[in-house]
Write a protein that binds this ligand. Structure first.
Ligand code: AP5
Length: 222
């Protein structure tokens, strides 16, 4: 968890490569549903455009379907979910049924000025979804994806417009940040300073995850 633009998506993609487990980003899943025009997507679009949370019923439906897929058997990274108490409690029930408790909840801390800078520079590839930033990794002018055939031009997210970002930050403070106390009480919360460079944040995150009891048990067993 962390505010918009704190680097959750960027770091999750790196953890996918490092640990070989999938990233489950509710933001990406919802944007995919909007792009495909599914029933969930049509219902989610208005809330996303307004910087509000999408209805729990939709998000939980999407998460339930995703967690049923086989690639989650050896673990998964939840990115941007849960975002309120109702979602956290529903997740706890789902994982209890699956017998897969959370190993940790990582909170990314970044100050407001850095968040605004990161979001204003964010661009993503419409084909592969990879996230870039014109301030730190300029990808040409106009910026293009260097990973995909045909090098498609990078695009800016519709909800990265200034007024919508301000609303997303308010929603984060009011509804999501309080979950930090909820997970602290369960002994699951780990906080990292995510204002450093992408590589340094990855180093801090991997060190933290490697130190978790669940990870050490896996290493001892192998
Ligand atoms: P979502 O897509 O999850 O947006 P978000 O939480 O606001 O987070 P962001 O994607 O903006 O930021 P991030 O932390 O992933 O940062 P990133 O790595 O991209 O959700 C969008 C919407 O969907 C929500 O507003 C809501 O409507 C809906 N939604 C989603 N989940 C929901 C849920 N559970 N319930 C209800 N509704 C839900 O990095 C940002 C930029 O900074 C990039 O350009 C990146 O290259 C750059 N960057 C990253 N790290 C660094 C660094 N260390 N140094 C410099 N630059 C960096």
């Amino acid at each position: 968890m962390g505010p918009p633009g704190s680097g959750k998506g960027t770091q999750s993609q790196r953890l996918v490569e490092r640990f070989g487990i999938p990233q489950i980003s509710t933001g990406d899943l919802l944007r995919g549903a909007v792009a495909r025009g599914t029933e969930y997507g049509v219902r989610a679009k208005a809330a996303m455009d307004a910087g509000q949370l999408v209805a729990d019923e939709i998000v939980l439906g999407i998460i339930r379907e995703r967690l049923a897929e086989r690639d989650t058997d050896s673990g998964f990274i939840l990115d941007g979910f849960p975002r309120n108490f109702a979602q956290a409690q529903a997740l706890s029930n789902m994982l209890g049924t699956l017998g897969k408790p959370l190993d940790a909840v990582v909170l990314f801390e970044v100050d407001y000025g850095e968040i605004v800078k990161r979001i204003s520079g964010r661009r993503s590839c419409p084909q592969c979804g990879r996230v870039f930033n014109i301030h730190t990794a300029p990808a040409g002018s106009p910026p293009r994806c260097d990973q995909c055939a045909g090098h498609p031009a990078l695009v800016q997210r519709a909800d990265d417009e200034e007024a919508t970002v301000r609303r997303r930050l308010e929603v984060y403070e009011q509804q999501t940040q309080p979950l930090a106390d909820y997970y602290t009480a369960q002994g699951l919360l780990r906080t990292i300073d995510a204002s450093a460079s992408v590589d340094e944040v990855t180093r801090r995150l991997v060190a933290l995850l490697e130190s978790l009891p669940a990870r050490q048990r896996l290493r001892n067993a192998s």
